[in-house]
Structure formats: structure tokens, C-alpha cells
Design a protein around this ligand. Structure first.
Ligand code: HH2
Length: 298
């Protein structure tokens, strides 16, 4: 059994129910909200709105990872993130995550008050493992095939679930070897990062396998896999599809869902949690065959 709490530098995220992480993108070019929250005052205002909606955690990033996105210099990321992290850390108890792959940005963000390092590159960059270990922050290691510029160019796997599982297990070991406490590590299969729709769906179907190695963090919010499944071209029209994916992920053991739409996601996962609690309290009486089969499908 994994520790049901993640200590984000003294701000503890209790994983006793599905948790919702609100996204704050201080980027010019993020796929769904690029350019809206680059200014510190607008990012802070947006973060406070997400907290009012019930975010359990905030994830702040200053570099887009969408396919084809341009890298952002570490100094620029630091200049954007640090004042916002400082302002939020001084005005909320909610843990703050920094979405970066750069070791210098990690150190600056944690010094400013972040307690979780969310790295889509799984701490493989120069000095990233050491930086994360030195800070004592919690970490989220994510699987990505290749790099953002080229990751969606015909991605292929022998066995996507097995390959991603092996990668995350290896990174879990690498983190522990570097001195990061296992209780501080989250894993993420990386939906949309070097994956076709079929790969993403295979990972979602088998998400429970990842929950066996560490608490699972997932992000589907408004992504193109939701657009493809629903036929919604505009990211702004993908809320219902994103909620369905969040519900399915939580049913399959995801601990934290990273989203743009906090209030709606919070309600959706609260319903799943309510059902889970009811089944746990009275396993024989409270399930119909259809609910039971949804729940225990693997
Ligand atoms: N997805 C995005 C960014 N960071 N981190 C984790 N751990 N998991 C994810 O799935 C994930 C992530 C991409 O979403 P977004 O931040 O909305 O877009 P962009 O990268 O264009 O800023």
C-alpha cells in the first residue's frame, strides 16, 4: 500500500479521494489558453479563481509542451514564475506545483514556494534529478516518447502499456537512487505525449497497472484525444469529453487529475468518489451488476 499523502514541502496533499489540480499556463502558445495568463497579475487572478472553484493543487508552467512548441529560456521561465509562486505561496495553503524540465527553474520555483516538481521529461534533463532531490520537493515523473517538437511524428511502441510501465518503473528507481523519497513520487503515463489515440486509450484502459507502482497523476484536459473522440475541433468545446476521461481515470485508480476546468471536474470526480465509498461501505448490497462491472473491469 502506498502512503496516502504527498508532502509538498510541508503542504500535504492527502490522497484519500481523487484530487483536482488546476492548470495555470503562463505561456504564449499553450494549445488551449496560450497568451491569456502570461502577465503575473492575470496568472494570480486565474490561480485564485481555480482555488475558489476548489482546486486541491495548482500547476504553474511557463513553457508549452504542445507538439511543435518552442523552448522557453530558463531565465524567462523564472522571471514569469517566481513572482506568481511567491504571491500564491503567501496567500494559500494549497500545494503549488511547477511544470518544468529545467533544473534551474526547479530550484528557483521551490525556493519561491513550490512544493511539487512536475516534469514531462521525467527528470532526465541535465541536473534535473539532482535539483529535484536537493530541493526535497515531491515530484511527478511523466512518460514522453521523444521531445515535444517531434513527439507526434508517427509514435510507435512494441507494447505501449508495457513500455510506458517499464519506463516509469525505471524512473522511479532513478529518483530513489538520487535520494528522492519514494513517498514523494507520482507517476504519469503522459497522455498525448508521443502517443496515437489508440495508445492513449490503451493506457487509459490499463491505468490500474500504473497505480500499482505509485500514485498516478493524469492530464487529458481539452487535449486532442478528446477532440478526436468527440469531433470537437475547438479546445474550448471539449469539457464534457474531458470530464468523461477524468471520471474513467479516477475509476481506474488515478489519484490526481490535472485540468483547466476545476469546478466541473471536482463535481464529476466527487460522484465517482461517493460511489466508491458506498461500495466500500457495503460491498454486497450497493452494487448492481453494471456498476460492479464498470468498477472492477480488470
Ligand atoms: N500535459 C500538459 C502539460 N504538462 N504534465 C503532466 N504531468 N501531465 C500532463 O498530461 C501534462 C503536463 C499539456 O497541457 P497544457 O499545459 O494545457 O498545454 P501546454 O503544454 O500547451 O501548455
Amino acid at each position: 500500500m502506498f502512503h496516502p499523502e504527498i508532502d509538498c514541502k510541508g503542504r500535504v496533499l492527502v490522497l484519500d479521494r481523487p484530487r483536482v489540480c488546476g492548470i495555470v499556463n503562463m505561456t504564449d502558445d499553450s494549445f488551449s489558453d496560450g497568451g491569456r495568463y502570461v502577465e503575473p497579475s492575470r496568472a494570480i487572478e486565474h490561480a485564485r479563481r481555480l482555488l475558489d472553484e476548489g482546486a486541491d493543487l495548482l500547476d504553474l508552467g511557463a513553457e508549452s509542451t504542445r507538439p511543435g512548441a518552442a523552448p522557453v529560456d530558463a531565465d524567462v521561465q523564472i522571471a514569469r514564475l517566481v513572482p506568481v509562486i511567491e504571491a500564491l505561496a503567501g496567500s494559500t495553503d494549497v500545494p503549488i506545483s511547477v511544470d518544468t524540465s529545467d533544473a534551474r527553474v526547479m530550484r528557483a520555483a521551490v525556493a519561491a514556494g513550490a512544493g511539487l516538481i512536475n516534469d514531462v521529461n521525467a527528470l532526465r534533463g541535465d541536473g534535473a534529478l539532482e535539483a529535484a532531490a536537493d530541493t526535497g520537493a515531491a515530484v511527478c515523473v511523466m512518460h514522453m516518447l521523444g521531445e515535444p517538437r517531434t513527439m507526434q511524428d508517427a509514435p510507435s511502441y512494441d507494447d505501449v502499456v508495457g513500455d510506458v510501465h517499464r519506463f516509469l518503473t525505471d524512473r522511479l528507481f532513478a529518483c530513489q537512487l538520487a535520494g528522492i523519497d519514494r513517498k514523494l513520487i507520482l507517476v504519469d503515463p503522459g497522455f498525448g505525449f508521443g502517443k496515437t489515440l489508440a495508445h492513449n486509450l490503451a493506457l487509459l484502459a490499463d491505468l490500474r497497472r500504473f497505480a500499482e507502482i505509485a500514485p498516478v497523476f493524469v492530464g487529458f484536459s481539452r487535449k486532442s484525444m478528446i477532440g478526436t473522440l468527440t469531433g470537437r475541433e475547438s479546445a474550448a468545446d471539449r469539457l464534457a469529453g474531458s470530464l468523461a476521461a477524468a471520471v474513467i481515470a479516477v475509476q481506474r485508480g488515478a489519484a490526481i487529475v490535472r485540468v483547466h476546468d476545476v469546478a466541473a471536474t471536482r463535481d464529476a470526480v466527487a460522484v465517482v468518489h461517493g460511489l466508491a465509498e458506498a461500495i466500500r461501505a457495503n460491498p454486497r448490497r450497493s452494487t448492481t451488476p453494471s456498476v460492479a462491472s464498470l468498477w472492477d473491469d480488470d
